[in-house]
Design a protein around this ligand. Structure first.
Ligand SMILES: *Cc1c(COP(=O)(O)O)cnc(C)c1O
Length: 220
């Protein structure tokens, strides 16, 4: 099943769009089925689960992190994550930069934009994203490399709401690229999950994050 799911999704992806398998709550055995079907990029949402799984999977896995991180849990995530997609506050950003400085490591990161209607979804607003990139362009956050934006659309069946969310983050990214042309690494747009990735592709997604449509439903 996992193999078929992956093949179906991959078959629909344009060149250059990265499929991230979101494996939270699924055991390593299940993840290995995806690995054996050729999947190499996985993402987790919880620091403890993440750092327990990393050593149990093959070493050529590319790991992303997509969940909220309390600053005291950074050490469980930053040594292993090739991309932290969920930088959702200034406090976290500053802590990541300090960790990078102390550990002589540059952390690849996406700024999480508060896109969906839900208050529970974290992230920066537009002004916050602009001001972080302004500071970054002026030399701040020297141990972070901002690669783009991540967002989660409103959880709804109303496709027009999802489309307007995706249009907003796409437009924000375009405005940031226009405002900071010197940030030539700021290229990624991580939008699209199991229910809406087809739509996300129309809005310029470069990364889609898929859990359920690969692995089936999670046990909470
Ligand atoms: C869980 C999760 C996903 C995957 O969700 P599915 O609907 O199962 O595809 C993607 N992104 C984030 C940030 C998540 O927390």
């Amino acid at each position: 099943m996992i193999q078929e799911n992956l093949a179906r999704i991959r078959g629909a992806l344009p060149e250059g769009v990265k499929l991230v398998a979101v494996s939270k709550f699924h055991p390593v055995e299940t993840m290995m089925e995806a690995y054996e079907a050729g999947q190499r990029c996985f993402a987790e949402n919880r620091p403890q689960e993440f750092c327990e799984k990393v050593p149990r999977m093959p070493s050529d896995v590319e790991w992303h992190f997509t969940g909220h991180i309390q600053t005291n849990k950074l050490k469980l995530v930053l040594p292993y994550a090739q991309l932290v997609q969920s930088v959702d506050s200034l406090r976290l950003l500053q802590a990541i930069d300090r960790w990078g400085t102390a550990n002589d490591k540059t952390i690849n990161a996406l700024l999480q934009f508060h896109l969906g209607a839900e208050e529970t979804k974290g992230g920066f607003d537009e002004v916050g994203i602009f001001s972080v990139l302004r500071e970054y362009a002026d030399g701040a956050y020297g141990h972070v490399r901002f690669r783009g934006l991540m967002g989660m659309a409103t959880f709804t069946d109303d496709e027009s709401v999802i489309r307007s969310d995706f249009a907003r983050i796409r437009d924000l990214k375009q405005r940031m690229n226009a405002a900071f042309p010197q940030l030539s690494d700021f290229t990624e747009l991580s939008i699209g999950m199991s229910g809406d990735w087809h739509i996300a592709l129309e809005y310029g997604a470069t990364i889609i994050r898929i859990g359920t449509a690969i692995f089936g439903h999670r046990q909470y």
